[in-house]
Design a protein around this ligand. Structure first.
Ligand SMILES: [Zn+2]
Length: 102
């Protein structure tokens, strides 16, 4: 895995994991929690050959992998549920389904 400091990523991301690379904005490069989040996405990508297809086509898949990554990042279940509610258009009750087992 190679960590590349760059601003050449979409504006909505502070960092991005792509198979062997973590692209991270220079101002976040020392953020260990964010790096742990992205490293988990690398592992998720390695364990699921359909990861990118599912990521593009399945909102619930994205919510599930983000819930796992937020947890590794150290966020509480309540914070994760709030983020999933805001970013994935889920009710808090629906978001809670993704934090049950993490
Ligand atoms: Zn993520």
């Amino acid at each position: 895995m190679l960590i590349i400091k760059t601003n050449l990523i979409p504006k909505r991301f502070d960092a991005l994991a792509l198979r062997w690379f973590i692209l991270i904005r220079p101002e976040h490069a020392e953020n260990e929690d964010l790096l742990a989040h992205e490293e988990l996405h690398i592992l998720q990508q390695r364990r699921d050959p359909l990861y990118f297809w599912k990521w593009l086509t399945n909102k619930r898949f994205r919510a599930r992998i983000e819930a796992e990554a937020y947890r590794v990042q150290g966020l509480s279940h309540a914070s994760i549920e709030h983020l999933l509610h805001e970013r994935y258009d889920l009710t808090i009750s629906e978001a809670r389904e993704f934090t049950k087992y993490i």
